[in-house]
Design a binder for this molecule. Structure first.
Ligand code: ZN
Length: 288
């Protein structure tokens, strides 16, 4: 009797796992764009199932096991534990750890004051607006989504002009240093000036722009929050996988000023979840 019960339970678990795998393959995993091409969405469900059913099923099983053992997305998002004591701005108290650039879901890469990109991090770039090769560049896996959002907004009479996308470490360092010098000119010590500057411009390697994952859109002024473009983004950006990365009411967590212009790509599923919960990215990842 006990054996039959065990076998029955095992059978039910297997059916649930396979069923969940099929559902994930059709719905959840389908938006994954391996080569950054939005056209991949047009694959029929049956094509997709035959191509990656087993892959998807094992991923689902891994997720189930991770859930059972109490692991969550935050542990994969966290970078290395070791602080970089010789980071060039350590004198001002900045000793970040390395970001987890080998994270299985690249869209969840956490880059902030605590998690820095390695110096040799390579970004493969593409123009954010397909019809304009000179437009600001983004990670090639993000650019098609920006283009899609840009075109959708245009249809509503809104132009989401890309102002700043990918920035090299050198460019980030120059911007940061200029800000430090400005505060030094105002009479602050170098350490104080560096801490003040970091609230406005992130130190090199700690900005999402250095990874090509975010775009500053239309403006670099807080007044942007009163614009039709910001209203459109607030209502629609999540449908294209973008989030307002540094919200007004989360500055104690993000440790950076409110930036209504800075939109980060995280994928549709995560963007919609954060929009619904009101969590910022650090909270969503469980590292706040
Ligand atoms: Zn920005």
């Amino acid at each position: 009797m006990k054996k039959i019960l065990t076998l029955t339970l095992f059978g039910i678990l297997a059916v649930v796992l396979i069923g969940y795998g099929i559902a994930s393959a059709v719905k959840k995993d389908k938006p994954t764009v391996a080569d950054g091409s939005v056209a991949d969405y047009s694959n029929s469900a049956s094509d997709y199932l035959s191509q990656s059913f087993s892959e998807s099923l094992s991923a689902t099983a891994a997720q189930v096991i991770a859930d059972i053992t109490g692991q969550s997305r935050d542990e994969t998002a966290k970078g290395s534990a070791g602080r970089i004591d010789d980071y060039e701005y350590a004198y001002a108290g900045f000793t970040p750890a390395y970001a987890n650039v080998s994270i299985s879901d690249w869209k969840m890469l956490l880059v902030n004051r605590d998690y820095i990109l390695p110096e040799d991090y390579e970004v493969k770039l593409a123009p954010s607006i397909t019809s304009d090769p000179d437009s600001m560049q983004l990670d090639y896996r993000v650019a098609p989504h920006y283009n899609e959002m840009y075109l959708a907004a245009l249809e509503d009479g809104i132009e989401l002009t890309p102002v700043s996308g990918y920035r090299s470490l050198t460019r980030q360092r120059n911007n940061f240093e200029r800000k430090i010098e400005k505060y030094i000119d105002e009479g602050y010590s170098r350490a104080e000036a560096t801490r003040l500057a970091a609230k406005i411009i992130l130190p090199p390697g700690t900005s999402e722009h250095n990874a090509g994952l975010a775009m500053d859109i239309c403006s670099l002024y807080e007044s942007f929050e009163n614009s039709a473009e910001f209203k459109w983004l607030s209502e629609n950006a999540a449908d294209y996988g973008f989030i307002l990365r540094y919200p007004k009411d989360k500055q104690d967590i993000t440790k950076i000023i409110y930036e209504p212009w800075h939109w980060r790509y995280v994928g549709v599923e995560a963007a919609k979840a954060m929009k619904a919960s009101g969590e910022c990215f650090e909270e969503y990842l469980g590292v706040a």
